[in-house]
Ligand binder design. Structure first.
Ligand code: GDP
Ligand code: GDP
Ligand code: MG
Length: 315
């Protein structure tokens, strides 16, 4: 069993209630009303998908595949039609989430260093608390680095999350030198033989180039301790921000020479859960985790199968 498999899927269904009611409520009504695949069916399905933030290219691919299959096979019952749609959404995911399956924090390296980036308010600090909690629960030792030294409150907030998760934190409030905190964190993790390091960073954007330089410096300085660190750079994106989220991925990824994964938060607060599919497919960067609430156990390892099953109410 991989390390990530041990992290449970408790609240996925609840967290996706809005998307489920909206997207799949509409699909069910469409299937009920139309009963067969004709132009009206396809047009209405297109509208439903687009309104859920699936993204134009993804929607066209799904619809073309559905039309293609409808040429050779009959889809007549509600179950057959629903099954066909579900199938094609699954296929779209399969393209870009396969790498996720082999992802394993446990074996790759020690300490395994994760740098977390993203703009203000998306849920970085909260997600770090949730990640730390889950890693600890899976039997790993965790050290959090408080490299958002810009606001004193940011440090206090991270400290509260570290306490909740029951893990240690390295901080140096008042330094104004986030790279130094990151350096100390990785150094401490090496000497304590810690399994996982998670480094929080600032996200203020009023001076973008300064923020990007600061993040680059954090990365560079951690590499003075371990040459090929960090192992992951996760960008946190708020699911309710739509296209903006995609632009953020581009910005941070460009500055940092790539990000390795996405933590998509606040899916519980939106009916536009289709953004997961869009981000996966357009950015070719896997969504690793999804946030489905504000509590410590409201973070899910993202699995496309579970996601689609939760939406279709099959689990
Ligand atoms: P940061 O500025 O990126 O560090 O963001 P924070 O971690 O401080 O989070 C900003 C706000 O978003 C807080 O009020 C969090 O409780 C909230 N938040 C974070 N993740 C989620 C989530 O998955 N669902 C919901 N509903 N709220 C979230
Ligand atoms: P340079 O700026 O690339 O020449 O490298 P420096 O050795 O001056 O270090 C740059 C940054 O790395 C500093 O601002 C610190 O943030 C961090 N750093 C380097 N060495 C240490 C150290 O021994 N302790 C701490 N806390 N930070 C360090
Ligand atoms: Mg924060």
């Amino acid at each position: 069993m991989s390390f990530l498999d041990k992290i449970g899927f408790t609240k996925l269904k609840e967290g996706l209630t809005k998307t489920k009611e909206d997207l799949f409520g509409k699909i069910n009504r469409l299937v009920n009303a139309r009963k067969k695949i004709d132009d009206d069916f396809i047009n209405e399905l297109e509208e439903i998908f687009l309104s859920s933030d699936l993204g134009y290219d993804t929607v066209e691919t799904i619809l073309n595949n559905i039309k293609e299959r409808a040429k050779t096979d009959k889809y007549e019952t509600d179950a057959e039609l629903n099954g066909l749609i579900r199938d094609e959404i699954m296929k779209i995911f399969a393209v870009s989430t396969s790498a996720f399956k082999s992802f394993d924090f446990g074996l790759k390296k020690k300490p395994f260093v994760i740098m977390v980036v993203g703009v203000n308010g998306v849920g970085k600090t909260t997600s770090i608390g949730k990640l730390a909690y889950n890693f600890k629960k899976a039997g790993k030792s965790v050290l959090i680095g408080s490299a958002d030294t810009f606001r004193a409150a940011a440090n206090e907030q991270l400290e509260i999350w570290a306490k909740r998760a029951g893990v240690d934190i390295i901080q140096n409030p008042g330094t104004g030198d986030p790279a130094s905190v990151a350096y100390d964190t990785v150094k401490a993790a090496v000497s304590r033989n810690t399994d996982v390091v998670i480094v929080d960073t600032a996200g203020r954007l009023h001076n973008k180039s300064h923020l990007m330089e600061e993040l680059k410096k954090i990365k560079r300085v951690m590499q003075k301790v371990i040459a090929d660190t960090p192992d992951e750079i996760f960008i946190v994106i708020d699911a309710t921000t739509g296209q903006n989220g995609l632009n953020q991925v581009k910005e941070f990824s460009g500055a940092l020479g790539g990000v390795t994964g996405i933590i998509l938060t606040k899916l519980d607060g939106t009916a536009k859960g289709g953004i997961v599919v869009k981000i996966n497919n357009e950015m070719k960067i896997p969504v690793r985790f999804i946030g489905v609430g504000e509590q410590i156990d409201d973070l899910q390892v993202f699995d496309s199968g579970d996601f689609v099953d939760a939406l279709f109410g099959e689990k």
